[in-house]
Design a protein around this ligand. Sequence first.
Ligand SMILES: NC(=O)c1ccc[n+]([C@@H]2O[C@H](COP(=O)([O-])OP(=O)(O)OC[C@H]3O[C@@H](n4cnc5c(N)ncnc54)[C@H](O)[C@@H]3O)[C@@H](O)[C@H]2O)c1
Length: 351
Amino acid sequence: MTDCIVLTEAALRDFTERILEAAGVPRDRAGKVAAPMVAANLRGIDSHGVQLLPHYVDQLEAGDVEPRAEGRVISESGACLLYDSQYGLGAITSEICCGHAVRLAGEHGLGMVVAREATHFGAAGFWAQKISQAGLIGMALCDASAAIPPWQAKEGRLGTNPISMAVPHPGGRGWLLDMATSTVSYGRLEKAMLERRESVPAGWAMDREGRPTTDLATALKGFLMPLGGYKGSGLGLMVEILCGVLSGGAMSREIRGIRQHGRHSRVNHAFLAVEVARFLPPEEFYARMDRLIAEVKSAAAAAGYDEVLVAGDPEWRAEEQRRRNGIPIAAGPWEELARTAERLKVALPDC
Ligand SMILES: NC(=O)c1ccc[n+]([C@@H]2O[C@H](COP(=O)([O-])OP(=O)(O)OC[C@H]3O[C@@H](n4cnc5c(N)ncnc54)[C@H](O)[C@@H]3O)[C@@H](O)[C@H]2O)c1
């Protein structure tokens, strides 16, 4: 087994779709479900790329996800829409919800969609970007199983609850913040394990007693830490209020993670779309955005750094590089994928 294999975007998409189909995803949906995973790999967010696929397959086999469900609108009032995702595939129901958010923003200047009884939608930024690709400011949030202790606790009560915001740009590469409200997502810990690393950076995790640790084995048995202490706890709670509380669905400890099977995961999503033209002429907004980013980047780099970056920069760069040179999949995740493919009798891609 090599250290990693390298696939083109097309080959990775085709392989992912074939696995999804073999696991029971209807053919006309497999491409849509593969898209956020392949996009995450392309953008260097490997924790939310095809590394998720074995978990999604397990969820499908356990009946945690309903591969044919469409979801339904529960209510619509002005710019606000409440959706029941009916445990459908996260990518399918999220695409429908983003479509509603964009439509509502066209009608009212703002559109907010909150979805309950949903399933994992992958990297939140993919969905914020889906909205920004329609020329609107997009935000996507979701809650997750209660694996993160609130600040000063040693028992999980909040999810890694990501926040993402994408700003459109005529050049196609706007500001794109996409972050867990824990220091890192659980997928980053899992990725470290699959890469057979022994330690993780300080600030990522703590042991079962709530003591900070850098030992990966201890971290895997312990907890991820809220981002920046009590401020991360606050942000995680903010997401849970906009997703779990506002949706009327499951909250915090009622939510199951993608690695816990036998029950619907019952996560909640929130999508916000904002039409810039209701505030400023778009050209003026884009010029002001360019000025702001240029000013931020004009700061002298701190010792040990060559330049100042803004959110989205590392991922745009990864995307450019991976489109050119292919998408590397590390040995550990690849072995998991190959095992899943073999079990489902899906041929491996040529590489
Ligand atoms: N669906 C779920 O349940 C779930 C839960 C948690 C996280 N996630 C996803 O996990 C992924 C990873 O999250 P993360 O918090 O580990 O991401 P991260 O820490 O790698 O990056 C967070 C943000 O910081 C920006 N950034 C990185 N380096 C920078 C620098 N030097 N200067 C300025 N900005 C910089 C990135 O562009 C990104 O927007 C995200 O896609 C998130 O949506 C999903």
